[in-house]
Write a protein that binds this ligand. Sequence first.
Ligand code: KIV
Ligand code: ZN
Length: 387
Amino acid sequence: MSNKIQIFDTTLRDGEQVPGCQLSTDEKIVVARKLEELGVDVIEAGFPISSPGDFLSVVEISKAVKHVGVCALTRARKEDIDVAAEALHHAKRGRIHTGIGSSDIHIKHKFNSTREKVMEQGAWAVQYAKAKGYEVEFFAEDAGRADLAFLAQLVEAVIAAGADVVNIPDTTGYCLPHLYGKRIKYLFDNVKNIDKAIISVHCHNDLGLATANTIAGLMNGARQAEVTINGIGERAGNTSLEEVAMILQTHKDLDLTTGIKSTMLYEMSTLVSDMMRMPVQPNKAIVGANAFAHSSGIHQDGFLKNSENYEIINPSDVGVPSSSIILTARSGRAALKHRLELLGYQPNKSELDQLYDNFLVVADEKKNVVDEDLITLVANTPILVQK
Ligand code: KIV
Ligand code: ZN
């Protein structure tokens, strides 16, 4: 089995479903081109039957990108598949992503159907989509809560019908990582034609486990990860692209790789956040404003001695220009000295002691002490520091 993970980005479909995050077709093209440059393998560009705008976006993204796969979402219905096929006409590598609910909850309460009928409809949709001449991916919606034996039968049926990729979504973000991983392993152990398709993982973050579940799926044989930039998506979001890429890059022991150019991650995150007017939470892993900021005295001292004491990723590896030392009332002398030196001051020990006492007074009043405050502090402290 290959150790290369295909990155399927659904920022422009699952991500764009977030209220207030809608983009125009032109904005989507900018994001799609940047995603291609970033190195994703497939871009899910929209759900063509859902609106004329989504249809147009799939058409225009198909024309705009050079070699990346372009995917269109459908339900397991003829009219959806016909419209998706038309929208993908210009795609160099088009993919139809069709599927149906696989959990008993969805089968009963969404479709008022039966397992048998759902399996028949899923296999039919794959066959019908395949006849359009595109790659076909099947999603077994709510697979995280589906009966496992039934899920295995469904996966076998859609692969037999011609699915190139089978997506096992944890649609409701319900699974625990070890159990989601076990689901994927069960499929590898029990679906006899599983080697004929790529198994894909698509996890939601309702319990904050989307990334952990995705990694568990990959560790158990899945070879495609469905992700979004900044983890945006329905409700609590989807698995974040930047987290998956950096976990695989950091944990070389997993022996799994992606084609992502990690040095573009920060730029990509900022582009999506700005365009969607969706701020990134400051403590977001990899791309949050505080991801490489050190603010407590103990951490700052250790970081200044050797960055490896408190950083497992070099900020330049994800395109963040540098780490930062934030001066607050929790900071110690080492951080203050460091920032003073960057400003050109070289206090000796007793000068630093005196400055530090005055600094604490300012820091107690302000949340964050900035360079201008330090310059004033030095000017107001009768010591012999030279600029
Ligand atoms: O979460 C989900 O199940 C989905 C499918 C449409 C793939 O987004
Ligand atoms: Zn989803």
